[in-house]
Design a protein around this ligand. Structure first.
Ligand code: PLP
Length: 387
């Protein structure tokens, strides 16, 4: 049996895979088992921040790997402490809880918000407002937070205590705040899985005011848009708002599993000893990878993200076969006249890997993708859209 056949027989059937087996990669180039080369604009769904096997990142990770691979949270270790300090200094948040994935980062955010509600408002203040079309993960609680019935229906009953507001509708949030005993409002500044849809400045400023008025926390889910992808270190920084909790994962460690929940002043000590934990959380190798990524996301790198983003928006905005283009930074959705799946298949046949978000073609390139490769790939996408 070949790899595809073995996978189909033995790996759980939860993924509809594209028909290629990726064997290696370097930067924004990926190679399949037959030696075909692709320009990868998907980065493992916003994970490989600087592309495949970036030299500096590999050196940081492998040096740590040879020193200490794991030690548990019963002991202190340098990479975890240094990463928490770096994240706090760059965001003005106060403390960090480390985990392994976006869903877990959100679980921690939800637990923190509920405990905050109990301590500051009363034990019944447990409800969290999230948005329709949001996506917050696949654990039973983060599925409940996700405002899309399609993800709920097979796994009922889910964790209770979530209500769903209309995105970009401040009144909808306020009416839920009045009708429920709430502790938090949770949102993605760009709804990724929901179709790469940015929230408006007016909405985000509006919910910041509501959070103050009703004494509820703001939780920014930065799992997909965070870690430089938006053109700022975290997406919320584009809008001048200050969340109380920021959850992130995906690109944080550049290709290693790591989640982080950043806790602001109001909640920094809400979780005490033994109230939460994760065996692998803050793992030294993942933390060394993340230290390398976060320390390289400086002004010049973020300016490069904005420049690449502007290039893509310019090229595709009025291109033939493109109905609209949405997103922020290097998280971009293209609404096409032809079905998105046809465009994705055609791009792959022509050596470009792109993915889907709802009915859109989604681009999540490496933040430092070589300009010539970007130009070549956008040309191929334009040709596929124009057919
Ligand atoms: N939150 C957002 C905004 C996401 O886009 C995702 C994954 O796509 C998640 C949470 C869940 O992350 P993970 O798959 O690492 O659990």
């Amino acid at each position: 049996m070949n790899i595809k056949e073995i996978d189909n027989q033995y790996v759980a059937s939860t993924y509809a895979r594209f028909p290629i087996c990726i064997k290696s990669g370097k930067g924004s180039l990926a190679y399949d088992e037959d030696g075909n080369e692709y320009i990868d604009l998907g980065t493992g769904i916003a994970v490989n921040t600087f592309g495949y096997s970036d030299d500096e990142w590999v050196a940081a990770v492998t040096t740590q790997l040879a020193k200490l691979q794991h030690t548990s949270n019963l002991y202190y270790s340098e990479p975890c402490a240094m990463l928490a300090e770096l994240l706090c200094k760059k965001t003005n948040m106060k403390k960090v809880f480390f985990s392994n994935s976006g869903a877990e980062a959100n679980e921690c955010a939800i637990k923190t918000a509920r405990k905050y509600g109990e301590l500051n408002k009363g034990a019944e203040y447990t409800t969290i407002i999230t948005l329709k079309d949001s996506f917050h993960g696949r654990t039973v609680t983060t599925l409940a937070a996700t405002g899309q019935d399609v993800f709920h229906k097979d796994f009922l009953p889910l964790t209770s205590g979530f209500v769903y507001a209309e995105p970009n509708n401040v009144e909808s949030v306020e009416s839920l705040l009045k009708a429920n005993k709430c502790c938090a409002i949770m949102f993605e500044v760009v709804q990724g899985e929901g179709g790469v849809r940015p929230l408006s400045q007016e909405f985000l400023t509006g919910i910041q005011s509501l959070a103050e008025k009703y004494d509820v926390l703001l939780i920014a889910d930065e799992v997909q848009v965070g870690n430089g992808r938006s053109g700022e270190l975290y997406g919320y920084m584009n809008y001048g708002i200050t969340p109380d909790i920021v959850s992130t994962a995906k690109g944080l460690a550049g290709g290693l599993p790591m989640g982080a929940t950043l806790l602001g002043e109001k909640v920094k000590d809400v979780l005490g000893v033994s109230m939460h934990g994760s065996t692998f959380g803050g793992n030294p190798v993942c933390a060394a990878g993340a230290l390398n990524i976060i320390s390289r996301l400086d002004d010049a790198m973020l300016a490069g993200v904005k420049e690449r983003s502007a290039y893509i928006f310019n090229e595709l905005s009025n291109a033939k076969g493109v109905k609209s283009i949405s997103g922020l930074g290097l998280m971009i959705g293209i609404e096409t006249e032809r079905p998105a799946s046809d465009i994705i298949d055609e791009c792959r046949k022509n050596g470009v890997l792109v993915i889907k978000a709802k009915q859109k073609v989604r681009l999540l390139p490496a933040l430092n993708i070589d300009m010539d490769l970007l130009k070549k790939s956008i040309q191929i996408i334009k040709e596929a859209c124009a057919k």
